[in-house]
Write a protein that binds this ligand. Structure first.
Ligand SMILES: C[S@@+](CC[C@H](N)C(=O)[O-])C[C@H]1O[C@@H](n2cnc3c(N)ncnc32)[C@H](O)[C@@H]1O
Length: 336
């Protein structure tokens, strides 16, 4: 048996344990010995190399020329989680050499719904024009860029027989475009294109913890306090969809602050930005998902932004540094 005091054994143990540690604990472990310092800095380098924790098709690196933060710490989920599926996720290994490639992001976690609702098309046979009942005649209009506000789109889902290769699941394959997370002096981290994106191309979903309205309000109060003293960049989004009657409104609260995907890095722009938010409904799924499409052609290196909204209702709003000509000077804020 190997002596656990040998450098090789320390390295192996470190590889098992250190990726589970949040930054403060990782720093504490690094101060214990030279071998652990080397192992911890390899974990930090692994984290900085992929904000997606190995859970998307391509790595999404952090890029910081502004200060010494190598990465932002959070738990990664490629799709939104219900409270019951989110609760066990208090830790997640991040920054180790992956022994195996990450699993596919499909099938997605079950968000509750009607598993019997969906198409009966043969494997991979549906697609816009072929008579699939889930096909959306408006789909081709998504992301054309002139639309103001939220778009909507229907896709095949868990209730369909067609399977993952179906062409009507544009938003269900994870983040297939190349992206980077870049540090800004005034705005913190921001999401950037790392390749040319074409108008209408799917970029990413806004994934995080799905909250009740009561819990969203509780967290928002806490986040506002921390954000006002610069201790947190909250990523809690509230989507309100007015139903056709106009009398009711479907409300979805997604918090990507502690558990989320790369969309948590998308900053606000007062001019509406270059991303088009679209509510995507998958057949058989109860809740819509918020997805972002390129609202116009986007060049490599450009920051990806959208408008967080128009209301600026909370006192002591945070300053906006979007830099657009129509910048109001304050970040949107409203009572959740
Ligand atoms: C969803 S997060 C975006 C990512 C964030 N910049 C970070 O470092 O994690 C929202 C927060 O980013 C910052 N932010 C976003 N857009 C901004 C803007 N136009 N000007 C200043 N800060 C902005 C604010 O702190 C806001 O609460």
């Amino acid at each position: 048996m190997r002596n656990p005091a040998t450098p090789g054994a320390v390295g192996e143990l470190a590889e098992l344990v250190l990726p589970w540690l949040p930054p403060q604990d990782l720093a504490a472990a690094a101060s214990a010995s030279r071998a652990l310092r080397a192992a911890a800095s390899s974990v930090s380098a692994g984290r900085a190399a992929d904000a997606a924790h190995g859970l998307e098709p391509h790595p999404i690196p952090f890029d910081n020329l502004v200060d010494c933060k190598p990465y932002a710490y959070f738990l990664y989920t490629p799709f939104s989680l219900t409270p019951s599926s989110a609760s066990p996720r208090r830790a997640q290994p991040w920054g180790r050499t992956w022994a195996r490639p990450p699993g596919p992001t499909w099938p997605r976690s079950d968000l509750g719904g009607f598993p019997s609702a969906g198409c009966a098309c043969a494997q991979g046979a549906c697609g816009g024009a072929r008579g699939c009942p889930c096909a959306d005649p408006e789909a081709e209009a998504v992301g054309l860029g002139s639309e103001a506000g939220m778009g909507s789109l229907r896709e095949c889902g868990d209730g369909c027989a067609c399977g993952p290769s179906c062409g009507n699941r544009r938003t269900q394959l994870g983040v297939t475009v190349r992206l980077r997370v870049v540090r800004h002096r005034e705005k913190g981290w921001g999401l950037h294109a790392a390749e040319v994106l074409r108008r209408g191309q799917f970029v990413c979903e806004y994934a995080g913890e799905l909250l009740t309205t009561e819990e969203a309000r509780r967290r928002q109060g806490l986040y506002d306090e921390l954000a006002s003293v610069g201790k947190l960049s909250p990523a809690l989004i509230v989507i309100r969809e007015h139903l056709p009657s106009g009398k009711a409104c479907l409300r979805v609260n997604i918090d990507a602050t502690k558990v989320g995907n790369v969309a948590r890095f998308i900053n606000h722009s007062c001019d509406g930005g270059n991303l088009h938010p679209v509510l995507v409904r998958s057949s058989g799924s109860l809740l819509p998902r918020l997805c972002f499409f390129a609202a116009r052609d986007i060049i490599e290196g450009e920051e990806l932004t959208f408008s967080y909204g128009d209301a600026r209702l909370r006192p002591n709003g945070l300053p906006c540094f979007c830099g657009s000509l129509c910048c109001s000077g304050l970040l949107p804020s409203e009572e959740t």
